[in-house]
Design a protein around this ligand. Structure first.
Ligand code: ADP
Length: 700
């Protein structure tokens, strides 16, 4: 709704302006009432359609129709003429949009020349072509006048598009220039100069026909150049319009250099002049502002290059340095004047073979970019490494004119890389040395272990031999002289025999312990249920007749050593069967519990339990909590703890006197990923919940 209203208003306003401007144009028409050499509406219509779009074409049509209906004797031709005027504006706007950038046609010389061709020269032929033909067809004009009227009409429209249209587009789209006091003064000066020269040429006392020298007309140009150079497009169009107005006023009042045989002819001369100064002034103004912009941009680029962190060298096509930036000085230590005119070869370090530079030249001479690392020498003789890119610069004809080399100092990085390499090499060497040392020590250790093992075996053997002798002779004495010995001596003999058995057990246990500490314990998945059931069947002390031993629930496989585990369970079960009140039948429950990646196996008994102070020590060597009524050496649990540790597991106990004991061992589950290594570190001790009884029980 609102848009339609605006559109209607816009069209109406355009039509009204068109009519006013048209009436002015027709008021000075002389060759034909409908054809004026000065026709402002064309420029107004083109500018309006360029700025606000082709939807304003009805305004053009209505305006043109209204103007032409008012021309006496040509009313019949009015629709045709209006159609031509409209077509001219619409096609002109389309062509300018398509080829000259629309409203931006007056920002660059190239687009302005395209505007001149399409917007002023070509599109304006449509109006006279339609208009004059219609006039002749409707009888308003004679065919023999066709050419003359056509030319007048065309020239009027063209000049209008060269002066009025740029003026409107530029001033309406670019707005007023911001002028300070000094610039305003200069602007006033330019206008005054244009007005003065124009008045002198076209209106002055000497301007009456025949008196002004025609050749002086060119005097109009310098002030226009001033306007164009100093105030750009806006200055140029304003100056041209002012000059055109003065020249028109003079010509209409029979003054100035354009007065010819007929008023129409005078106006045609005038228009040729106006068109020429319009094109010249605007083109010059645009060229000047383009140059200004390019210069500003170049200044910016120069600052950017100058202040770039990387060193930049520009050489001519023979490789002589033409320019270097500040960073060049910082990188090489040479001042610009020491480098200019020389070949960059003076930086050579001698570190690269000839072929290296030949390769570089081959690349850039074939028009490609060269990139690589170069070691060069500074003025102070030190070396530095740079990453360099050399780019050949070609001119419009494809010839090499310059080379640009951009150099980045990578010395620090290179040094760091070198240091890193050296450290790595050192490390590798130390590693190798360390490995040698380790394997040497391991070999020695193995030797010692083997010796120790041998030693302990022979000790055990040597110790057990006399024991067996004592036991054997004891048995012979008991058998042969048992009857005659007094009861006291028989008692001593029996005690001696018991001591010998204990001693023998001690020696066997000590040997097992040393084996657990020194021997190999390779880890494999172990099915504990099968292992336990096998033990229950083959160990006489675990027979059903002596104890109730029950396995309850699932028994997931664990990662351990079968022999080690057998030793552990045998000790735990032996203790559970042994440490019960006399007359009590041992009841033992074995069950498992899954604890994340670990399996905990519980051995719970109904025995005499362990006093709290004993829990701390129980896994130490030779620690016994109960008296001589219970046999033992105090080595068993120390052995279990050692074996568990070596398999990457743990052991613990919960117990109270007379309430039985619950021993547990924990090992990695066999189905856990990560293998034994992970299990060993995971089982280092801290993972157990800090319940006092349990924590206290994890060994001394
Ligand atoms: P040993 O059984 O040869 O004495 P151990 O190292 O196996 O040696 O056990 C150390 C001590 O821990 C035992 O002497 C005993 O006092 C106590 N103990 C071990 N197991 C149990 C148990 N199941 N019930 C009560 N006390 C036990």
């Amino acid at each position: 709704m609102k848009q339609t209203a605006w559109l209607l208003a816009g069209n109406a306003a355009l039509a009204a302006v068109y009519v006013l401007a048209g009436q002015f144009g027709l008021s000075i028409a002389s060759i034909h009432a409908s054809a004026s050499a000065v026709w402002p509406p064309t420029g107004i219509a083109l500018a309006a359609l360029l700025i606000w779009g082709w939807r304003l074409w009805p305004g053009v049509f209505v305006g043109a129709l209204a103007v032409n209906l008012g021309v006496p004797g040509a009313a019949l031709a009015a629709p045709g003429i209006a159609l031509g005027n409209t077509l001219e504006a619409v096609v002109g706007a389309l062509l300018v949009r398509r080829y000259a950038g629309g409203c931006r046609a007056f920002e660059r010389t190239l687009t302005f020349f395209r505007f001149v061709f399409f917007g002023a020269f070509v599109s304006t032929m449509l109006s006279p072509a339609t208009g004059v033909t219609t006039l002749c067809l409707t009888g308003s004009a004679n065919w023999d006048q066709y050419g003359a009227i056509w030319l007048t009409w065309w020239l009027g429209d063209m000049t209008s598009n060269l002066t009025i249209a740029p003026m409107l587009v530029i001033w309406l789209t670019q707005g007023l220039p911001r002028l300070d006091l000094r610039r305003s003064g200069e602007a006033a000066g330019v206008l005054a100069a244009i007005a003065l020269v124009g008045s002198f040429l076209f209106l002055g006392p000497g301007a009456y026909a025949g008196q002004t020298c025609h050749a002086l007309t060119y005097l109009a140009i310098p002030p226009l150049l001033w306007a164009g150079f100093r105030f750009g497009e806006r200055g140029a169009v304003a100056g041209v319009l002012l000059t055109a107005a003065l020249a028109l006023r003079g010509t209409l009042t029979d003054r100035g250099p354009f007065i010819a045989a007929s008023p129409n002819e005078s106006l045609l001369f005038l228009q040729a002049f106006v068109g020429t100064i319009a094109i010249t002034s605007l083109a010059l103004a645009l060229a000047a502002s383009e140059r200004r912009k390019a210069e500003a941009q170049m200044r910016l680029q120069a600052v950017a290059l100058e202040s770039a962190a990387n060193a930049i060298i520009i050489t001519d096509r023979d490789g002589r340095i033409e320019w270097v930036n500040d960073a060049f000085g910082r990188l090489t230590g040479y001042r610009a004047d020491e480098a200019l005119g020389r070949s960059p070869r003076f930086l050579n370090s001698g570190r690269h073979p000839r072929e290296f530079f030949r390769g570089m030249w081959d690349t850039v001479l074939s028009g490609r970019v060269w990139h690589g690392e170069v070691v060069n020498r500074r003025k102070d003789g030190t070396l530095y490494t740079e990453e360099m890119t050399v780019t050949p610069v070609l001119n419009g004809r494809g010839e090499r004119t310059h080379f640009i080399a951009i150099k980045q100092d990578v010395t620090a990085r290179k040094q760091a890389e070198q240091a890193l390499r050296e450290v790595r090499e050192d490390l590798a060497q130390s590693n190798a040395r360390l490995e040698d040392l380790v394997s040497e020590r391991t070999a020695k250790l193995r030797e010692s272990v083997a010796e120790l093992e041998h030693f302990s075996y022979s000790i055990v053997h040597d110790l057990r031999a006399p024991l067996r002798a004592i036991q054997g002779y004891g048995a012979i004495i008991a058998e042969r002289a048992g009857g005659i010995l007094p009861p006291e001596s028989r008692e001593y003999l029996a005690r001696m025999q018991t001591a010998v058995i204990r001693m023998d057990q001690l020696i066997i246990d000590a040997l097992s312990f040393s084996k657990a500490v020194l021997g190999e314990l390779p880890l494999r998945p172990v099915d504990i249920e099968t292992l336990l059931r096998g033990m229950l069947q083959s160990y006489p002390e675990f027979e059903q007749a002596r104890a109730d031993i029950v396995l309850k629930g699932d028994f997931p496989a664990v990662l351990g050593n079968e022999a080690g585990l057998t030793q552990c369970f045998s000790n735990l079960l032996n203790n559970a069967v042994k440490f019960v009140k006399p007359g009590t039948r041992p009841r033992i429950l074995i069950r498992t519990e899954r604890r994340d990646a670990f399996v905990r196996v519980w051995v719970e008994d109904n025995g005499i339990g362990i006093p709290p102070e004993g829990l701390r020590r129980i896994f130490g060597m030779f620690q016994r909590m109960h008296g001589a009524e219970y046999e033992g050496t105090g080595i068993g649990l120390a052995l279990v703890r050692k074996v568990m540790e070596r398999m990457g597991g743990r052991i613990g106990v919960e117990s109270e006197p007379d309430r039985g004991s619950r021993f547990w061992i924990e090992l990695p589950a066999a189905d856990t990923e990560g293998g034994p290594g992970v299990c060993q570190t995971g089982a280092a001790g801290g993972a157990v919940a800090p319940e006092s009884s349990r924590a206290a029980a994890i060994g001394p």
